[in-house]
Design a protein around this ligand. Structure first.
Ligand code: FAD
Ligand code: FES
Length: 259
């Protein structure tokens, strides 16, 4: 995985993404994982297929194309913040965790009481950003680490940890920010709905081609909303309407598969 500042962008917000073109391969969506004080951004790439593998081979001086930023962004809310990342999904929520921490230290309009991060992966080697999170979190904040196989931290899913946290949480002003596999997001959503409809901001990662509302590949049934243009971050009201949420995966041809 690479974690290096790559270019000076226009104004960009936590949760937005860019389309990255690798000459000779493909153009793929990547979340902005870090926004520095002088507005340099970073992306963080998990090596999962052809294009991401080529990205891991890049050397300083190689040329790539980047367009964006695209999509909406996380918005910080008062109270207790629970930030959940599943696997490389942590890349998308890392910058809102940083943003919440900055706001907590310099409260103006938004008052953040506490930040709880849940970082989960299948196994220890797929856990990203623990060191970065430890630097971001302060005083009464906490970091919970989960692995499906128990190779590090709590043995179990992030969603089990979320349930445990919510059952013990005294505050009733809570917002949950999350990104990860869609099945995980669906369970996060159901848990939050069952806990007095806790507000969520969930970043969906559907297959994308154009990234700005032309090809229709990232459409959410039956709303017709597009993840690239109307998302990637969706809140409770819209998530309640999406019938294929957590159920399907679409390939580049548009064909759907059950997940
Ligand atoms: C809004 C958004 C933000 C993302 N942010 C990041 C990020 O910060 N870091 C990161 O490593 N990955 C991120 N992804 C996922 C990343 O785009 C895919 O992993 C990548 O496109 C895979 O390309 P590939 O050619 O290497 O793999 P392929 O050989 O094409 O496929 C490998 C696997 O990745 C899945 N995949 C392929 N293309 C996509 C796609 N466009 N969207 C989702 N899954 C896909 C395939 O179904 C397959 O399981 C993001 C996806 C979206 C939609
Ligand atoms: S990726 Fe083309 S419409 Fe969303």
């Amino acid at each position: 995985m690479k974690y290096n500042p790559i270019f000076e962008p226009v104004k960009i917000n936590p949760g937005q993404f860019v389309m990255v073109w690798i000459p000779g391969s493909d153009e793929i969506p990547m979340s902005v994982s870090h926004i520095s004080k002088n507005s340099k951004i970073s992306i963080s790439v998990a090596d999962v297929g052809e294009t991401t593998h080529l990205m891991h081979q890049l050397k300083i001086g190689d040329q790539i194309g980047i367009r964006g930023p695209y999509g909406n962004w996380f918005t910080a809310q008062n109270g207790t913040s629970i930030v959940i990342g599943g696997g490389i999904g942590m890349a998308s929520v890392l910058s809102i965790a940083q943003n919440l921490s900055n706001l907590k230290n310099n409260p103006e309009k938004i008052k953040i009481d506490k930040i709880i991060c849940i970082n989960g992966a299948k196994t220890k080697s797929e856990l990203y950003f623990n060191q970065e999170l430890q630097k971001i979190l302060k005083s009464n904040d906490s970091l919970e680490i989960c692995t499906d196989d128990g190779s590090f931290g709590f043995k179990g899913f992030t969603t089990e940890k979320l349930k445990e946290i919510l059952n013990n949480e005294k505050s009733n002003v809570i917002t949950v920010y999350a990104c990860g596999p869609e099945k995980m997001l669906k369970t996060v959503f159901q848990i939050c709905e069952d806990h007095n409809k806790i507000p969520v901001q969930l970043s969906l990662e559907r297959m994308m081609r154009c990234g700005f509302g032309i090809c229709g590949l990232c459409a959410l049934e039956p709303t017709g909303l597009l993840v690239c243009q109307d998302g990637p971050i969706f809140t409770n009201e819209i998530l309640r309407e999406i019938t294929d949420f957590g159920k399907i995966h679409r390939d580049f041809s548009g064909k759907t598969y059950n997940i």
